[in-house]
Design a protein around this ligand. Sequence first.
Ligand code: NI
Length: 137
Amino acid sequence: MSKVTVSRKAHFNAAHRLYRKDWSNEQNEEVFGKCNNPSFHGHNYDLIVSVTGSINVDTGYVIDIKILKEIIKEEVEDAFDHKNLNLQVEEFKNLNPTAENISVVIYNKIKPRLETHLELEITLFETPRNFVTYSGN
Ligand code: NI
């Protein structure tokens, strides 16, 4: 059976601050630099959600892209867009909102919404040049 990957792009703007409460200011400054700005700063995040699976013989689809679009809207855009990730998004109350951690959170929100035989990969761009990829390993 042919396995095909279906991808959908999405976008959200969000603010964050990278720091650890249990570290000194100096230590946070040294590790996180500008991203430790106590007044927060924003990013224009670009997201690619990729779903891999065999083609359904009845529909010809791996996943109906309308359904994937709706899942991304509910789990990511509605939850993160124009939010302060540290202060307004439950998952980051005690988790540093790095691109790495955001990609894992997005994966964990979307994966349970997919049929179990489908594989998921998250690619998250924090800037046009900096991006991370997570596929559940
Ligand atoms: Ni940042």
